[in-house]
Write a protein that binds this ligand. Structure first.
Ligand code: DX5
Ligand code: ZN
Length: 217
């Protein structure tokens, strides 16, 4: 089943509660919450206090995407602030520390995910696969909304879907970056089942129509 996760990075933060209610009414499955530290990526976005406020204002599933260095430092804090799933990057620390961060999230009773940047091969995720609820393939360089979809990432999605299937694992594949009603079709064909969309949803007045167009692409 396809799930749609609008990224609030493209929402109007001055009226965030209403923006989230709008996508909920529009049929979104998850809220995608992008955290950037100005180190792992060249941008700074939102963090723990905003997540706490969002948690109080909605019962939607909060899919928290940490684009930060050494996420092990904050894994428990983001769980306690209200994340339903905490996702971080395989490039953000050593394998030992990534494993530690995964274990912290699981011990908090939350779902855990691991992401790869466009230049990182699919194989980088293999050692962690059996512990993960979700993988995230970035189809833009992380850091900014509104970039163009990178078609050269489609084989990576196919490769990861095959690997998950051959190991008999129950792991979602999320795609993030440049997803719109046109590129959604391609990522679904490649094997993704959770689609993040920022500007394609929040950049249009009718969020419901956009969410349905992406879901039915
Ligand atoms: C980019 C973020 C994305 C971003 C996607 O670093 O991780 O979630 O908001 O925005 P669009 O859908 O506009 O590419
Ligand atoms: Zn994201």
């Amino acid at each position: 089943m396809i799930k749609i996760a609008p990224s609030i990075l493209s929402a109007d933060f001055a009226k965030l509660g209403a923006e989230i209610e709008d996508i909920k009414q529009g049929g979104a499955d998850y809220v995608h919450f992008d955290v950037m530290d100005g180190e792992f990526v060249p941008n700074i976005s939102i963090g723990i206090p905003v997540l706490k406020s969002v948690r109080k204002s909605t019962d939607m599933f909060l899919d928290v995407h940490l684009m930060i260095d050494r996420p092990v430092r904050y894994a428990e804090t983001f769980c306690k602030a209200g994340a339903d799933l905490v996702m971080f990057h395989v490039e953000s620390d050593t394998a030992e520390k990534i494993n530690e961060a995964i274990d912290i999230v699981k011990s908090c009773g939350k779902k855990v995910g691991l992401s790869v940047k466009p230049k990182t091969p699919a194989e980088a995720l293999y050692p962690f696969l059996d512990k993960l609820d979700m993988l995230l393939v970035m189809t833009v360089e992380p850091g900014f909304g509104g970039q163009s979809f990178m078609h050269d990432q489609l084989p990576k999605i196919e490769q990861l879907r095959k690997e998950i299937y051959s190991k008999g694992l129950d792991c979602d594949i999320e795609v993030d970056g440049g997803v719109d009603p046109v590129t959604a079709k391609l990522v679904k064909q490649a094997g993704a089942n959770v689609l993040v969309a920022g500007s394609a949803v929040f950049g249009k007045a009718d969020r419901s129509a956009q969410i349905e167009a992406i879901r039915n692409a």
